[in-house]
Design a protein around this ligand. Structure first.
Ligand code: SF4
Length: 357
């Protein structure tokens, strides 16, 4: 019988690995830098043994810092990015660093995918990548995803998931109330359904696939600026697999995996990284904590991932100040519904209870 997820975790010693990783996250800053150096060098050496090239996937401040860090230790990995997705100030820094700008995927009609086109076709990237993917499954039911949909609503998994009753697949009650209604008939629930689509496909079409294609063409594997402390979908796999991973289907290095936000900011100062305007400057609180004076994190502009956790002024408020015309377009005129009516993020934010007016 096929091994289930729990048996697999047991076999690879996932619990011990995660505890060890957790200890490393608590090391002093200097030791973490040394650790990151060693992992980055080991990765480059292993790539050389395997005849692979490597590159840095560059986005915001974390990966800009990674790019500079690798340079500082003699690893001259070329940078690639789908820069146009980023804030203009980040694009400027990419240009300065000589980062290669990639284009998004092409559509069947030979035009490139854009954010509005992806949102129109598949749905809004909102809440988190994980949640959006779950909602997308609920919105696109099939025989094949039946078990997963049941798990999203109830937490009950099938045999592969170890027949659990309360698995993490279950969407939190708060979001079930808003998005779980697609299964009301099958599950006997009375949850709500929005009148807009939600999707996690935006990253795939605009970012991930173009980078994968570039990597394939250049026989290259990436250094990524990921940190487990930032949470999200990849935190667990970073804790289990560590900084360098040479798997059957994926190879990557995340030398900053054990870093906290403070480590990145300190390193950015030490390497004199040109901090893009959107972050403001790096300053120190009265208790010594480093912070950026404007955005703490960035992603693409017009992305809704994490918006429900931001305090005001949130990213859409800041956009309104920076570029009122663009704000107007995003809030009201981004995509069309079936009757041809224009709407935008305003409707989505209203539905999830994020104030924006
Ligand atoms: S981060 Fe957001 S806007 Fe950017 S590609 Fe991914 S889903 Fe799209």
């Amino acid at each position: 019988m096929a091994e289930n997820v729990f048996e697999r975790m047991e076999r690879i010693g996932a619990r011990d690995r995660m505890a060890d990783f957790q200890r490393k996250m608590q090391m002093p800053h200097e030791l973490k830098i040394e650790y990151a150096k060693r992992r980055a060098v080991e990765f480059a050496e292993e790539c050389a043994r395997r005849g692979l090239n490597y590159h840095v996937s560059v986005g915001g401040l974390d990966s800009i810092t990674l790019f500079m860090f690798l340079r500082s230790i003699g690893i001259n990995a070329p940078g690639i990015s789908v820069s146009f997705l980023e804030d203009i100030s980040i694009q400027r820094v990419h240009k300065e660093l000589g980062v290669e700008c990639l284009k998004p995927l092409k559509r069947d009609d030979c035009t490139f995918w854009t954010k509005p086109k992806v949102i129109q076709e598949f749905g809004f990237p909102v809440l988190s990548k994980e949640l959006a993917a779950k909602i997308e499954l609920l919105q696109n039911p099939s025989e094949k995803n039946k078990t997963v949909r049941h798990a999203i609503i109830t937490g009950e998994t099938g045999a592969y998931g170890g027949n659990q009753k309360h698995s993490r697949m279950k969407m939190s009650q708060k979001w079930l109330e808003k998005f779980g209604g697609y299964e009301n008939e099958t599950e006997g629930t009375a949850y709500g359904t929005p009148d807009f689509k939600v999707s996690a496909k935006c990253c795939y079409y605009l970012k991930e696939r173009p980078c994968d294609l570039w990597a394939k063409e250049h026989h290259s594997v990436p250094y990524l600026g990921l940190m487990a402390s930032e949470g999200g979908r990849r935190a667990k796999s970073l804790k289990i697999n560590g900084c360098n991973y040479f798997g059957a289907s994926a190879i990557r290095s995340a030398p900053f995996a054990i870093f906290q936000r403070q480590d990145i900011l300190q390193l950015a100062i030490d390497l004199s990284v040109h901090v893009p305007e959107i972050y403001g400057t790096i300053e120190r609180n009265s208790d010594g904590t480093l912070y950026t004076t404007k955005a703490q994190r960035t992603g693409c502009s017009m992305c809704g991932f994490g918006i429900h956790m931001e305090k005001r002024p949130h990213r859409f408020d800041l956009l309104r100040v920076r570029n009122p015309k663009e704000w107007e377009r995003m809030m009201y005129h981004l995509v069309q519904d079936d009757s041809g009516e224009w709407y935008g993020w305003g409707k989505v934010l209203d539905y999830i209870g994020v104030e924006w007016r």
